[in-house]
Design a protein around this ligand. Structure first.
Ligand code: TXA
Ligand code: MG
Length: 321
């Protein structure tokens, strides 16, 4: 836990309209008092994010749900009970407390209780809701350490709290319970299978929605280098073919992959939860080496492997810049 003076300073800054970087178990967040419209606007400005993309409101516990959500279906209560604090975000009909600035003018609000002791302590002391998108510039790789935040946004935030490396490593799973049957809007740090186990039914991933989920844009989470996806058995051929074109090629994949000795490998284990934990840090490291292309070995498509494959395919999608 951080020293109490720093925690006090963080809470004071939030109360006075400041913007701080906050560690969570998924990724670091760029945090502002959710009820302070000017502070929320500053979050959008720092990120360079379109104002129509709504933010997640972080709350200290499920007992705060009714302040923000007008309707709380039993299925929302069940998920909150099972997985909060943790990497789960619930989308529910909003109360007036969730302003247009936070929700992008929608009738719904995204809510989450983060499972990181520093974030929880800040939220408890503050006693309110904290709007926090991932603390990266729009479209770029999310930060999983305080150093990543410093590198990306250092000068623009009032305080960066260092809570160590994020243990989950990919953003929260977003479940829409605002109308009709539950659906997953973004696969993330809580496996779909876990959501389905608690709800006792299949929960589909709703790929295209009228709601703006930036993490679901085709190109997102993107490093500067190009990214090419490969199943484990295809990595070798892909590397050879790209090198034959004169490109500098790096590989994101497990140490068990056999590669030509002079190819730089960034260790992303085959086990999905381990892969999720280190993915963003390895993407950043690989990018710093100045490779033209990164060949990313895909983990199994189950558990957190779904989220890892999702983020890798968005990192690989062509960019419109
Ligand atoms: O793990 C996380 O969720 C991290 C940490 C910091 O908590 N936060 C995060 O925030 O990933 P952000 O803003 O990068 O992604 C939040 C996603 C966005 O894609 C946004 O569009 C979606 O949540 N979202 C927010 N409110 C929504 C709503 N009312 N309906 C549907 N999607 C919503
Ligand atoms: Mg983000």
């Amino acid at each position: 836990m951080l020293n109490p003076d720093l925690l006090d300073r963080a809470v004071e800054l939030l109360r006075r309209g400041g913007v701080i970087a906050l560690p969570t178990e998924t990724v670091y967040g760029l945090a502002a008092n959710a009820e302070d419209e000017l502070a929320v606007r500053r979050v959008f400005a720092i990120k360079g994010r379109p104002a129509t993309h709504p933010l997640i409101v972080h709350i200290p516990g499920a007992e705060h749900l009714s302040q923000w959500a007008r309707v709380i279906p039993d299925e929302a209560q069940a998920l909150a009970k099972a997985f909060w604090p943790g990497p789960l975000t619930l989308v529910l009909p909003r109360t007036a407390r969730a302003t247009d600035a936070v929700t992008g003018g929608q009738d719904t609000v995204a809510l989450r209780v983060p499972g990181h002791p520093v974030a929880l302590e800040v939220l408890r002391r503050m006693g309110g809701g904290v709007a926090a998108p991932s603390a990266n510039r729009f479209g770029r790789v999310s930060p999983t350490t305080a150093e990543h935040v410093q590198q990306d946004l250092g000068g623009d935030v009032d305080l960066v709290l260092d809570g160590g490396p994020s243990t989950v490593g990919v953003e929260s799973t977003i479940v829409d319970l605002s109308s009709g049957a539950p659906a997953i809007l973004r696969p993330g740090g809580l496996a779909t299978e876990e959501v389905e186990r608690v709800l006792g039914r299949a929960v589909p991933v709703r790929a295209s929605t009228t709601v703006r989920v930036s993490g679901s844009l085709a190109s997102h989470y993107a490093p500067r280098a190009g990214v090419v996806l490969a199943e484990p058995s295809e990595v070798g051929q892909r590397v050879e073919a790209l090198r034959a074109q004169g490109l500098r090629v790096g590989v994101l994949g497990p140490v068990s992959l056999s590669l030509p000795g002079d190819v730089q490998r960034f260790d992303v284990p085959g086990e999905p939860a381990e892969a999720a934990r280190v993915l963003y840090a390895r993407l950043r490291e690989a990018d710093e080496q100045g490779h033209d292309v990164l060949v990313a070995c895909l983990p199994l498509a189950s558990g957190l492997g779904i989220a890892v494959r999702d983020r890798l395919s968005r990192a690989a999608a062509p960019r419109k810049e």
